[in-house]
Design a protein around this ligand. Structure first.
Ligand code: FE
Length: 193
């Protein structure tokens, strides 16, 4: 986008946006026929592949597909490391047939983990990416729809995709650090770092 920024700064050029490359090419040709000169600039979405994921980068966001029978959290971790994403936001939907949820008890500072092995809709996954001890760390929560249309929800340790897994990842160009708060027993944002 550096080239585009430079072109936009040039007062002698007029930028006309088009949604599709073919339309842009016809428009530029028509402009050139009428005025003697026209130009087309396109940006292309980048397709990426990794360990149990495929992704498409569109501008600053990633659309991530996690295939059937893959581990959701393993795949998202691999994706974040492969793309060197240090901070950002994750959202998603899909379906799973096995999920491990975690509940934190502040009174005991202990986690209670429970596995649910049944077909469920991932009706919402939301989470964030930050850095803990110098490594990228995903903090994910999920809402899972059961066969009887009731919902389970909690902190997500992992889930196996059974059906589709569709995610959006929005990286930010920043270092966001979390540090364990011993008093509470959880990782907290440390904005002083
Ligand atoms: Fe959590």
């Amino acid at each position: 986008m550096v080239l585009l920024d430079q072109l936009l700064a040039n007062k002698n050029l007029q930028l006309i946006g088009c949604c599709k490359e073919l339309n842009a090419a016809y428009a530029a040709e028509g402009y050139a026929r009428a005025n003697g000169c026209g130009a087309v600039i396109t940006t292309n979405a980048q397709t990426l592949n990794g360990e149990h994921w495929a992704a498409k980068r569109v501008e600053d966001a990633y659309i991530v597909s996690i295939p059937d029978k893959s581990s959701l959290v393993e795949a998202l971790n691999d994706f974040v490391i492969a793309q060197k994403i240090k901070a950002g936001q994750i959202t998603g939907v899909g379906a799973s047939n096995e999920a491990i949820l975690r509940f934190f008890n502040p009174a005991t500072k202990k986690y209670v983990d429970k596995t649910f092995a049944e077909q469920m809709e991932i009706s919402n996954l939301s989470g964030n990416i930050s850095e803990v001890d110098g490594k990228p760390k995903l903090h994910l929560h999920v809402t899972l729809g059961r066969r009887d249309y009731t919902a389970l929800t909690g902190h997500l340790l992992d889930a196996k995709i059974r059906g589709a897994g569709e995610f959006f990842v929005y990286p930010i160009d920043a270092k966001v650090v979390k540090v364990k708060n011993e008093e509470v027993g959880l990782d907290f944002y440390d904005f002083e770092d």
